[in-house]
Design a binder for this molecule. Structure first.
Ligand SMILES: *[C@@H]1O[C@H](CO)[C@@H](O)[C@H](O)[C@H]1NC(C)=O
Length: 404
C-alpha cells in the first residue's frame, strides 16, 4: 500500500541518451526526412496548409437566349421557346411541341387506347380515372376500328404518339451567360464577363475552351462539349449541366482567378432507361371565346434543360493556419523518436544494455549524499546511484536505486 503511494508520487524527467550506432542513426534520419518531406511536399505545397479557405461562394447567374426558329409554319422567338422566362440559372429551350388545340370541358373518347380499350359499356367503370379524364361508364367509338371508354375532361383528348420533327434551328441558338461571384471571407468579387469586353466582341465571339471569357455559348457547341447528339436530345429532351468552377489562389494576381467550365449530361440515367426516356412536360394556354366558354391549347413540350451550377473555393495566406501547421510539423518529427526507440530497445543487438541506460530510477536526494558505491559515469551532477540489476516486470526498465 505504502509502496503504491510512493510509486504514485514520483516525477519523470527526460534524459538524453546519445546512441552512436549508424543503423539507428540512419533510421532516425530517414524517418525525420520522410516526415519533413510529407509536411513540406504534401501539407504545405500540395494542400497549401498555410492558407485559409473560403468555400462559401456567393454566386448569381443571368442568362439570355437568342435565335429564331421555324416550327409548325410559325416563327418561334425567345418568348415562345424559353421557359421559365426570367433568365435564371435553370431554363429550358423547347425543341419539340405536341399541340392539342381547342380543348373544352366536355366528354369524348379516351385517346389512350391501351388504358381504355372496350367492347361495351360494362368494360368502363363510371368514376374511374382514365389517362385524360374520368370515365363516364360508356363505351364509344374512338376511330373506325377501335372503341374506348368515354371520359369527362378536356376534349378532344391529347394524342401524343404522333411523330413530329424537333425544331432544327435550336442548334444555332446562342445563350448569353453572365456569372458573378463573391468570396465573402476575402470580399473578393469576379465574374465571367470581363470589364474590358466590348460590345463588338460580344456580338461576334463564341465561347470555346480557349476563349472562356466570351459569354456567348452556341447550343450546338454545348452539346458537343457534353458529347451529346443534337437530334437525339432534341427529340426526347434532356438535361445538360454547365458547371462553372472557380478555384482562386488570392495570393496571386486576381487575373489568375479563372472560371473552369465543364459540360455534361445530368440526366444520363434516363438515356439507358426504357421506361422514361428524356425530359418532357405539359402546359396549357387558356382562352375565352366571346360566348364565355373557356378553351385551351394543351402543349406537350420536349426540351433541352440547362442547369448552370457554380462552385468555387478561394484561399489566401494566413498566419494562424501557418503557425498551427508548423507546430504540428515539428511535433510530428518527434514521432520518429518513438519508432527509433522501439527498434533500439527491441530489435537491435544489445537492446538490454540500451534499456539499462535509458530507463533509470532515482530516489529523492536530501542534503549530503551518502557513501557512494559507484559514481554514475558521464553525469556532471553529483548523483550517487547504485545498480540493483533488477528488471521491472512491465516496462523492461532497468532500476537503479539509492543505496541505503
Ligand atoms: C446553323 O448555322 C449554320 C451556319 O450559319 C448554317 O449553315 C445552318 O444551316 C444552320 N442550321 C440550321 C438548322 O438552321
Amino acid at each position: 500500500m505504502i509502496g503504491c503511494v510512493r510509486d504514485f508520487f514520483t516525477y519523470e524527467t527526460t534524459k538524453s541518451v546519445v546512441v552512436k550506432s549508424s543503423t539507428i542513426g540512419i533510421v532516425n534520419r530517414v524517418v525525420q526526412l520522410l516526415i519533413i518531406a510529407y509536411f513540406v511536399g504534401w501539407v504545405f505545397l500540395h494542400e497549401r496548409a498555410y492558407q485559409v479557405r473560403d468555400t462559401s461562394i456567393e454566386s448569381t447567374v443571368i442568362t439570355k437566349v437568342k435565335g429564331l426558329g421555324l416550327y409548325n409554319n410559325r416563327i418561334m422567338d425567345v418568348a415562345d421557346y424559353v421557359t421559365p422566362t426570367q433568365g435564371a440559372s435553370m431554363f429550358c429551350i423547347l425543341t419539340k411541341l405536341i399541340n392539342t388545340e381547342d380543348q373544352i370541358q366536355g366528354s369524348c373518347a379516351e385517346s389512350e387506347v391501351a388504358v381504355a380499350n372496350c367492347t361495351d359499356d360494362s368494360d368502363c367503370t363510371e368514376g374511374a380515372d382514365a389517362a385524360n379524364g374520368i370515365m363516364t361508364g360508356r363505351c364509344v367509338e374512338f376511330d373506325n376500328s377501335t372503341k374506348t371508354c368515354e371520359i369527362q375532361g378536356w376534349c378532344p383528348a391529347e394524342i401524343d404518339t404522333i411523330k413530329i420533327e424537333p425544331m432544327q434551328e435550336v442548334e444555332n441558338f446562342t445563350i448569353f451567360i453572365k456569372n458573378s461571384i463573391r468570396f465573402p471571407l476575402f470580399n473578393f468579387t469576379k465574374g465571367t464577363l470581363l470589364p474590358s469586353i466590348t460590345q463588338e466582341e460580344i456580338s461576334t465571339c463564341k465561347f470555346n475552351m480557349s476563349n472562356i471569357y466570351c459569354p456567348i455559348f452556341k447550343v450546338g457547341d454545348i452539346l458537343k462539349f457534353a458529347d451529346q447528339d443534337f437530334t437525339k436530345i432534341a427529340n426526347k429532351g434532356g438535361v445538360i449541366g454547365i458547371k462553372i468552377n472557380w478555384v482562386c489562389d488570392l495570393d496571386r494576381s486576381a487575373e489568375e482567378c479563372k472560371p473552369a467550365f465543364s459540360f455534361n449530361r445530368l440526366d444520363a440515367i434516363s438515356e439507358s432507361n426504357t421506361v422514361s426516356k428524356g425530359y418532357n412536360f405539359r402546359f396549357a394556354k387558356y382562352y375565352k371565346s366571346e360566348n364565355g366558354t373557356e378553351y385551351r391549347t394543351l402543349i406537350k413540350a420536349f426540351g433541352i434543360r440547362f442547369d448552370i451550377i457554380v462552385s468555387g473555393m478561394a484561399r489566401k495566406f494566413s498566419v494562424i493556419p501557418t503557425l498551427i501547421n508548423v507546430v504540428t510539423a515539428f511535433t510530428t518529427i518527434g514521432v520518429g523518436t518513438v519508432l527509433c526507440d522501439i527498434i533500439l530497445l527491441n530489435f537491435l543487438k544489445g537492446g538490454d544494455k540500451y534499456k539499462a541506460i535509458k530507463f533509470e530510477e532515482v530516489s529523492e536526494i536530501r542534503g549530503s549524499l551518502s557513501n557512494s558505491n559507484e559514481l554514475y559515469q558521464g553525469s556532471s551532477t553529483q548523483l550517487s546511484v547504485q545498480q540493483l540489476g533488477k528488471h521491472s516486470e512491465d516496462s523492461g526498465a532497468y532500476s537503479i536505486g539509492q543505496h541505503g
